[in-house]
Design a protein. Structure first.
Length: 304
């Protein structure tokens, strides 16, 4: 917030220099405007160069972390910095020409505002110096801020979210009586652990309720990239449909069955056969037995 306050104060000072001040104030306002514009460019470059890179393993892998870093910003940063470095290297020979043209522009600007005397004479020479120094200062300050503060903030945020998602899986694991319950005592919870716990919970009394409750926290993690996650949710909603007598709740459970089944199929068409198999009333797992003759469900799994 203090940065915005300083920027606002400098902007107000520039406006005053040009609107109310005399010739010397015009010169000061011109230099201050150059400083602000060049500094902001340096800040932007510092941000692009300091965006942290992620070294996470493939989040889609079953053994991958339960939560991974979003790398979209770092990819954009990589692309832009590569482009800027490439373009900058090709233009190194023209830097002197650019600074000379900028100095000529300042000379014309000083003449346009009618400023004369010694201060006006050194503006064309001080301007390029302010331009370069402000850009360097802005770059260094933003780069150091990003590396010292933002990286730590991102790490702390990820650790918090990782801990939240892990606690959801561990709480679910404590409610099941199976080998997967060992996850409750583990320091690391992977995608595979989460899927195994969901499967085991479906065989526990009212386990479907806990699986459904865990959806909110898990669907924002790499677990949701796996079709098994949505397949197990479809089975859980199928159990919910069978367990309730309320018409509205049944209708909502059916909508959730179709939605999660569709998401599973979208990730891998093989889930059509698996979903159809658990809709067999005479099968071992009849989680979706109530949908065996449902036309919407049959169309979804290709049995219409």
């Amino acid at each position: 917030m203090w940065t915005l306050g300083v920027l606002a104060a400098l902007s107000a000072l520039v406006v005053w220099c040009f609107a109310e001040g005399g010739p010397d104030a015009h010169i000061a306002g011109m230099l201050l405007l150059i400083f602000m514009a060049s500094g902001l460019v340096g800040v932007l470059l510092g941000f692009l160069f300091a965006v942290p890179r992620s070294s996470d393993e493939n989040p889609a892998a079953p053994s991958g972390r339960l939560l991974s870093t979003n790398t979209n910003l770092s990819k954009v940063s990589d692309w832009l910095t590569t482009m800027l470095i490439g373009v900058g290297l090709t233009q190194l020979h023209a830097i002197d020409d650019y600074l000379t043209r900028f100095r000529d522009f300042l000379t014309q600007a000083v003449e346009a505002v009618g400023v004369t005397g010694p201060p006006a004479a050194w503006i064309p020479y001080a301007g390029p110096l302010v331009l370069v120094s402000a850009a360097c200062a802005g770059f260094i300050l933003m780069y150091m801020h990003m590396r010292l503060n933002l990286v730590r903030l991102l790490h702390d945020t990820e650790e918090y979210l990782q801990g939240t998602a892990k606690s959801v899986v561990q709480d679910l694991a404590r409610s099941v009586r199976s080998p997967a319950a060992g996850v409750a005592q583990s320091n690391q919870v992977s995608v595979g652990d989460a899927l195994n716990v969901m499967l085991d919970a479906l065989y526990e009394p009212d386990g479907y309720k806990r699986v459904i409750a865990a959806r909110h926290n898990l669907e924002t993690t790499p677990v949701a990239n796996d079709g098994e996650f949505w397949f197990y949710l479809a089975a859980a909603y199928g159990q919910q449909w069978k367990a309730t007598e309320d018409a509205d709740e049944k209708a909502q459970a059916k909508a959730n069955v179709l939605d999660t089944a569709q998401r599973a199929i979208r990730r891998d068409p093989k889930f059509r056969d698996r979903l159809w198999s658990i809709s067999d009333p005479s099968g071992t797992d009849g989680d979706l037995a109530g949908f065996h003759d449902d036309p919407d469900f049959k169309a979804l799994v290709g049995r219409a």
